[in-house]
Ligand binder design. Sequence first.
Ligand SMILES: [Zn+2]
Length: 136
Amino acid sequence: MNSLLVACSDGRVAPPLDDLQRRLHIEDADRLLVPGGPLGLTRTGAERRVAKDAVSQIVNFHDIRRIVLVSHQDCFAYERALGGLGFDQQRILERDLRRVKADLEHDYLGVTVECYVIPWREGAEGAAFGRAELVI
Ligand SMILES: [Zn+2]
């Protein structure tokens, strides 16, 4: 089954993305890596058209049956787009993921959409990204 991973281009989340692909056994998934990942699909105007067109090309030409959306905390693209994420970032990310999932499932019948968030954790050894967690 062909899969598409939509995630942020931020290199800091590359390791958790690789880990997620291994866990889901989709190492060969197509990847759409843009600032903010699914964020572009929540925007309006040209930004949204470009994002939707990219997804459409991949889904239609590669017969994609599974889309994995991944957002992450501490995302610069989100901060720039929304003027800051503050303490509600998890809620904002989940709200957007829900919206994009509903949109994509409407646009592409028979394609399953899963949503993950990569958390930013403060730990004993300093702050770092954790493992991607399924949210929807
Ligand atoms: Zn990001």
